[in-house]
Design a protein around this ligand. Structure first.
Ligand SMILES: NC(=O)c1ccc[n+]([C@@H]2O[C@H](COP(=O)([O-])OP(=O)(O)OC[C@H]3O[C@@H](n4cnc5c(N)ncnc54)[C@H](OP(=O)(O)O)[C@@H]3O)[C@@H](O)[C@H]2O)c1
Length: 293
């Protein structure tokens, strides 16, 4: 297999390139500054450099959720308009495109897990730009797989786990939101799922569409933080002796967060035969990798 990965220097992108090489695949990475996906010529250069590839994965995105509220232009340029360019580039070459999206396309008002076909209703600029990026891909190239994920954490962060590890060393007390429920997802596990999908879609053509992937089981940020610090204690001395649950209303941020963003992953599990594990098991692996590298 030979894959072209856009956003190869990001949190997910680094896991994708690392894992594809450990599988013995050839992998061509593209990222800023040499490859700005908002630029047609940069995308064309990346394809020329890559030569013959079996699949394309887009892990590039404008991911600054709060900054997007005051930078809508760049958010839509990267998360929507550039996806059109990538879709058209793949369509011209007949190449499958695997694209990563987010739970933020939903409003978070459901009380049971979101299905891939549930109507989107993003609440902030980032979520809107990602939802419109999905729509652009569906419109411009049918041979696509969109994989929505949530609460990503990995060795190559920045991410919530790394922030809590840092704050745990700096502060006596951590105050963490306890009224938002979601599923943390290890970027290593997501990368493995995306590569498994890439291998399958390169060989067959009946699995196009939108899917969900996250680790199990739903948790609040507060409960997640308690486990992060508990599992990291063997590696690190923390100053924080108290973790206090708070309400979202007491931690105002520029972009609204979905209160409930659990994703139903059944269709991805069944269609691609991908098994999911608990975020806790994945977190142990991430911490071991983080502290021993
Ligand atoms: N992080 C999460 O919690 C989360 C949750 C749900 C879904 N997702 C989705 O998962 C995917 C991967 O996220 P991630 O956490 O790996 O994000 P990330 O670490 O921010 O990686 C995104 C990569 O894309 C690059 N990029 C930004 N603008 C670009 C442009 N114009 N041209 C080319 N590359 C560009 C970034 O470069 P710079 O760093 O230099 O800007 C970065 O290397 C994204 O689609 C994101 O929407 C993430």
């Amino acid at each position: 297999m030979r894959v072209l990965i856009f956003g190869s220097n990001g949190q997910l992108g680094q896991d994708l390139t690392g894992q594809s090489r450990s599988r013995g695949w050839e992998c061509v990475g593209a990222d800023l500054p040499a490859c700005d996906i908002t630029r047609f010529d940069h995308i064309e250069d990346a394809f020329t450099r890559a030569g013959r590839v079996d699949a394309v994965i887009n892990a590039a995105a404008y991911t600054a959720v709060d900054a997007a509220e005051s930078n809508a232009g760049i958010a839509f340029a990267v998360n929507r308009d550039a996806v059109t360019l990538l879709a058209q580039a793949c369509a011209r070459r007949g190449l499958p495109l695997i694209h990563v999206s987010t739970d933020y396309v939903f409003d978070g008002l459901k009380t049971n897990a979101y299905l891939p076909d549930d109507p989107v209703n993003p609440q902030g600029v980032y979520g809107r730009s990602k939802a419109e990026g999905e729509a652009a891909l569906r419109q411009h190239w049918e041979r696509h797989v969109i994989v929505r994920t949530s609460w990503l954490f990995g060795v190559h962060g920045p991410n919530f786990v790394k922030t809590m590890l840092r704050l745990g060393k700096e502060r006596d007390t951590l105050r963490v939101v306890d009224d938002q429920v979601g599923c943390p997802t290890y970027s290593g596990d997501l990368a493995a799922a995306l590569l498994a999908i890439a291998a399958q879609v390169a060989d067959r053509n009946d699995a196009w569409g939108t899917y969900h992937f996250c680790n199990d089981v739903p948790v609040t940020w507060y409960a997640f933080t308690r486990r992060i610090l508990a599992l990291a204690r063997p590696y690190e001395r923390f100053r924080a002796s108290e973790i206090v649950p708070i309400l979202t209303a007491h931690y105002p941020l520029p972009a609204p967060r979905p209160p409930f963003s659990v994703l139903d992953c059944t269709s991805l599990e069944q269609r691609f035969g991908i098994a999911r594990r608990s975020w806790e098991e994945a977190l142990k692996e991430m911490l071991a990798a983080l502290y021993t590298r």
